[in-house]
Write a protein that binds this ligand. Structure first.
Ligand code: SF4
Length: 378
């Protein structure tokens, strides 16, 4: 497996560095995000914040702006908070699993990945790709979400780590004849080889068993008609759907943006304010009510501008954007964290949820860019 990995592993930017900070950033981004999507974000992020100190000094708005479009924004907020804690402790990323896992946003997976790749610590990584490979190779038929199965997988992963004796040779002085030749592959290589195998060969629906470097040892391939029956899959859950309004609210030549409150979904992102439609409510009535409840201002609602469908992990939404015009009142931070009147040109400076950004893209694609003179009371 390691020979295969070294001969055809993908050349990814975070594999060209041994900087623990950059490895950590890449591992956080790679949770929930595809490798191809991560590359550009990673390169922009480390160019903007080259060190943990630069990240710690940044504002949350700046960090979220760099993250905009990647989703799962708690990852960015936790990364930022962890950077501040690291700087408070002297500026070095902890080099052990147990200290890494104490940082915000670092769970067992990321702690094992960073400890093994950046610091050569023998901790197996159990992401979805590795779980799939191990379940198939060893014919583990339990549910990987259950503790007993996870422990079985962890034990299997630990057996694949270089032995303590091999690690001793690896870390010993090369000139010391008593220690023998250091081994080339460390725990990080083993973990990355397993992850690469799961991502590229032992894929969820179409494993390429003929080309697989561990085929001779794989029980699922040898014993089952269909290796894809492993790992055991969770039952599909229905995703609730909600209809949501968003107001493109003008006051002269400026638009109202509201920052979502901390602690909830999309916390800290700036959006066109609005909210969920209640049963029997029209889009216009919903928007006027939400704006009154959350910001204590009165608006005149105009025409619908565009609607987009968007999927989150736990729900799907249809976001209906409506033209509107401020009528009375100074906005208050009742259901929002902050608010600002901004020009159309300034919208790019704010980190916005993907659904709001798609409204802007839809209008631009239709040749209907936002303009103040489109606005007006109905
Ligand atoms: S032989 Fe097939 S099922 Fe087994 S690990 Fe390789 S790709 Fe996966």
């Amino acid at each position: 497996m390691l020979s295969w990995y070294h001969s055809c592993r993908r050349d990814l930017p975070w594999r060209r560095t041994d900087d623990p900070y950059r490895i950590w950033v890449s591992e956080i981004m790679l949770q929930q995000t595809r490798v191809e999507t991560t590359i550009d974000y990673y390169e922009r992020f480390v160019a903007r914040f080259p060190t943990v100190g630069d990240l710690a000094k940044a504002t949350q708005d700046d960090v979220l702006k760099q993250w905009e479009g990647l989703g799962y924004y708690s990852r960015a907020r936790n990364l930022h908070q962890a950077a501040k804690e690291i700087v408070d402790e002297g500026g070095q990323l902890p080099d052990s699993y147990n200290r890494l896992i104490d940082l915000p946003g670092i769970g067992p997976y990321t702690a094992a990945a960073v400890a093994s790749i950046a610091f050569d610590r023998p901790h197996p990584v159990l992401d979805g790709n590795v779980q799939r490979v191990l379940c198939r190779m060893l014919r583990i038929e339990g549910d990987p979400r259950r503790t007993a199965t996870r422990q079985e997988l962890l034990a299997a992963g630990e057996k694949l780590m270089p032995s303590p004796a091999a690690m001793k040779k690896r870390t010993a002085d090369d000139d010391d004849p008593g220690e023998g030749d250091p081994i080339e592959d460390g725990p990080g290589d083993v973990n990355q080889a397993l992850m690469e195998l799961g991502a590229r060969v032992c894929t969820p629906r179409k494993p390429d068993c003929q080309a697989c470097p561990v085929r001779s040892w794989c029980r699922a391939q040898a014993e089952l008609d269909d290796p894809t029956t492993l790992p055991l899959k969770p039952p599909r859950r229905e995703r609730p759907h909600v209809e949501v309004t968003a107001g493109v609210i003008w006051k002269e030549n400026r638009l109202l943006l509201a920052r979502r409150p901390p602690g909830g979904m999309l916390a800290g992102l700036w959006e066109f304010p609005g909210g969920k439609i209640e049963e029997g409510e029209t889009l216009a009535a919903c928007l006027a009510r939400e704006i009154r409840e959350e910001l204590a201002i009165e608006i005149d609602v105009g025409e619908p501008l565009a609607s987009v469908d968007h999927e989150y992990t736990h729900l799907s939404i249809t976001l209906h954007a409506l033209q509107a015009h401020w009528r009375a009142g100074e906005p208050q931070t009742i259901g929002v964290d902050a608010w600002e009147w901004v020009t159309v040109e300034q919208l790019d400076d704010y980190a916005m949820p993907r659904a709001d950004r798609r409204i802007l893209e839809r209008l631009a694609a239709d040749g209907r860019p936002l303009e103040p003179d489109q606005a007006g009371p109905k």
